[in-house]
Design a protein around this ligand. Structure first.
Ligand code: G3H
Ligand code: ZN
Length: 285
């Protein structure tokens, strides 16, 4: 199957009361670890890469790998740019085979975020590529830089409404208390904020910084209107755990396939748990 956009995926997810898992990739092992889980569970999936991952693996390799995964599995798979830092990067992905992009203007002022997001949303619309934007701060550090000290982590519902109307973005990442990377205190999703934003805007809502958030909180947020759920850190942890455990047991091994297989197996098991929690099992059509 060719790559699909997120448009149809999100429509079905909202109607069906489930969410799509979006998993960060930067090499073949992570792509295959994730898509093996998706295949086993017959689940739609978004594979996404940050600007850093795109630089590491290179644009053409990423597109080719994700296309190969879609062909091999026959599943609906979207290739998404995660935390696009500027217009140029987003445009290169829109023109270069990605089927969804995110422009992250959340570090800008409200008005500058609107202007930047609108420019990307216009470019995406012209090519039939959906555009995710971000309003409010997700804490921690992805490729998007640290949240501002002392600033409210929550997206304001009225601002979200105005932002979506003025930019034409097709989905929105919101600040609801989550944070990128490893949590240093107990994670807490402020469900009342999810609900209030869901009531205020009519585009799909995206949860960032989900690694380490208890599954029950995530499932509740999906019930309250989250449609796409992003995982990155815990995939890296799972891969490294499997890889290192193999090397600890087989210190003389110099065949990278062997520890890599264990890393991939850990990713597959983890992704199966997350997809089951998001209720996306059996939803690939
Ligand atoms: O954009 C990517 C995600 O928000 C991943 O966050 O590394 O905390 O899972 P995470
Ligand atoms: Zn993120």
């Amino acid at each position: 199957m060719p790559l699909v956009t997120t448009t149809e995926m999100f429509k079905k997810a909202y109607e069906g009361g489930y969410a799509i898992g979006a998993f960060n990739v930067n090499n073949m092992e992570i792509v295959q670890g994730i898509t093996r889980a998706a295949k086993k569970l017959n689940a739609p999936v978004i594979l996404q890469c940050s600007a850093g991952a795109r630089k590491y693996a290179s644009h053409d390799y990423l597109v080719a790998m994700v296309k190969a995964a879609a062909e091999e599995t026959g599943l609906p798979i979207a290739l998404h740019l995660d935390h696009g830092p500027d217009f140029e990067t987003c445009k290169a992905c829109i023109d270069g085979g990605f089927t969804s992009v995110m422009i992250d203007g959340s570090h800008e002022s409200f008005e500058d975020n609107i202007a930047l997001t609108k420019s990307v949303a216009d470019a995406g619309r012209a090519m039939g590529v959906p555009v995710e934007a971000e309003l409010g701060k997700v804490g921690g550090k992805e490729d998007d830089g640290p949240a501002v000290e002392g600033e409210s982590p929550y997206t304001d519902p009225a601002e979200a409404k105005e932002f979506v109307e003025r930019t034409g973005c097709t989905s929105l990442a919101i600040g609801v208390g989550t944070s990128h990377g490893v949590y240093t205190s107990d994670p807490h999703i402020e469900q009342s904020v999810v609900k209030a934003i869901r009531d205020a805007v009519d585009v799909p809502l995206v949860l960032h910084g989900t690694s380490g958030v208890p599954d029950e909180q995530v499932a509740e947020a999906v019930k309250n209107g989250i449609c796409k759920v992003n995982y990155a850190t815990e995939l890296r942890q799972a891969y490294t755990k499997g890889f290192m455990a193999y090397m600890a047991e087989n210190p003389a091994c110099f065949d990278p396939k062997k520890p890599a297989k264990e890393g991939m197996r850990e990713i597959t098991e983890l992704v199966k748990i997350r997809m089951t929690n998001l209720n996306s099992v059996g939803k690939a059509e």
